[in-house]
Write a protein that binds this ligand. Sequence first.
Ligand code: G3H
Ligand code: ZN
Length: 282
Amino acid sequence: MINSNEIFKKAVIEKYAIPQFNITNLEWIKYILEKCEELKSPVILGASEGAIKYMGGYNVVYSIVNAMIKDLNIRIPVVLHLDHGTSVDSCKKAIDAGFTSVMIDSSKNILEENIRITKEVVEYALKRNVSIEAEVGSIGGIEDNISANIRYADVNECIKFVEETGVTSLAPALGTVHGFYKGELNIDFERMKKIKESVKVPLVLHGGTGVNDYLIKESVNIGISKINIDTELKSAWNEAVRNFIGVNKTEYDPRKIISSGEEAIKNVIDKKINLFGSKNKA
Ligand code: G3H
Ligand code: ZN
């Protein structure tokens, strides 16, 4: 496993986006690694604090990913990334367990406080060769109404934030939200361009689910270097498994039930990698 700095360099130069697929359990990890290996795409495995707790802890997640890479003979670059770490403590736990990248999300605080907390993580992470992503503005949440919850990232705040914290990538809020869209999606491309021109670090787009192909391509053209996908994997799996159970009413083997969603997950991954342009970039 590597940190995200090296794969970002190539993505920025060649103008494609690296996919971050969020992991939920052992099967997700397996399907994502297998499909990305097949397509020769670098990949960032995003683990949220909730998913980490669900799987048993930071060390468990690291161990599964590490062992899976070995046993499945995965050759592509793989980054294990803490997604939306909410505290310095959770970032340190992830780093100590072997995660190669962390996101500290202190975006709910005012800028100065966001800078202070992020700096603490940067100091700890850089010494250990771990990359750091952070958020400026506020990306909307799943429960909220789109127009009510987004705080678009301010260009000057982004410049100040990157300079003062030393983060290695930046996730500015640009109009996307987590989860499915409940209202109109309004990505601010002018703001995206200005931020891209003003900061030196790679830019990350959160909330990739439900953003149509045209808007994704436009984002990649402007210079987004990483796009996060979580909800779309869960939703595709959910639909496939419900269909399977509906048809196979007497099936009780969990392996068959859980893996009935494998193809659906892999299809989403295939679509996204082709769209983001990361195929054959490993
Ligand atoms: O951090 C995770 C991603 O931003 C997930 O976004 O819910 O739109 O897939 P999504
Ligand atoms: Zn996110």
